[in-house]
Design a protein around this ligand. Structure first.
Ligand code: SAM
Length: 223
């Protein structure tokens, strides 16, 4: 028997995803929900997967990487509590989807990706789609982006064995760092906050499973 027929996703499916998969599962920040409702996820996944764009799950984007699950993108941005005048560092550009959503929430997004091919594709895609306040570059995001620091918010879309020290250092006073930390296959999502006196506190937002963050302050390639 044939399965359900898949058709090209529409704005209606995006709205359903926002209400059912996001608002129904812990995303309460209206700005984040509106940003998720405004970005067409199907434009960020390779053609064979665009029909699945509004399923709440990661999808392959090439170079062995994935576009993150929409719920996780929304929960991480909500945890980062971005304000319209702020600057956000996005580590792990991947397809550029999370950077596009973040660009609707802050003044400027700096997005860094270690795979040159993914970074170039994402930069082209974001430019063509009119996301003008995103700068993408190729590099090791565990080192942060010293020339553009400090950041009000940093969101890391890959799991690290320990929190990368440069990212803590590049947090502005009042800044928030959202980062998965732990073993290679499953991590805890942590939020680090630098207060205005320079002290850094941490809270645990729960279990997550991300691809590895590979770099000087993350996993080494062969590990
Ligand atoms: N946010 C992305 C999106 O919306 O498509 C998904 C990110 S994917 C889950 C994680 C990305 O982190 C991969 O593209 C991977 O190549 C990248 N990555 C891993 N280690 C990195 C590092 N040290 N610096 C920058 N990017 C890294």
């Amino acid at each position: 028997m044939a399965g359900p027929e898949l058709t090209r996703p529409t704005g209606r499916e995006r709205a359903r995803m926002v209400e059912h998969d996001l608002a129904g599962r812990g995303v309460t920040d209206r700005r984040v929900l509106d940003a998720m409702a405004a970005v067409p996820r199907e434009a960020f996944v390779p053609t064979p997967h665009e029909l699945l764009a509004y399923e709440d799950r990661p999808l392959p984007i090439g170079s062995g990487q994935t576009i993150s699950q929409p719920l996780i993108v929304a929960l991480m941005l909500q945890a980062a509590a971005p304000a319209p005048h702020e600057r956000l560092l996005d580590v792990g550009t991947g397809s550029g989807y999370a950077a596009a959503v973040a660009s609707l929430l802050v003044a400027h997004v700096f997005s860094i990706e270690r795979h040159a091919e993914l970074a170039e594709e994402a930069a082209d895609r974001l430019r063509h789609m009119g996301y003008r306040n995103v700068t993408v570059r190729v590099g090791d995001g565990t080192l942060g982006w010293p020339e553009a620091a400090p950041f009000d918010a940093i969101v890391v879309a890959a799991g690290s064995p320990e929190v990368p020290a440069p990212l803590i250092e590049q947090l502005a006073p009042g800044g928030r760092l959202i980062v998965p930390v732990g073993p290679r296959s499953d991590q805890r999502l942590f939020r680090y906050v630098r207060d205005f006196g320079g002290r850094v506190s941490r809270d645990d937002l729960g279990p997550v499973a991300f691809v590895p963050l590979i770099g000087a302050y993350g996993w080494s390639r062969g590990e």
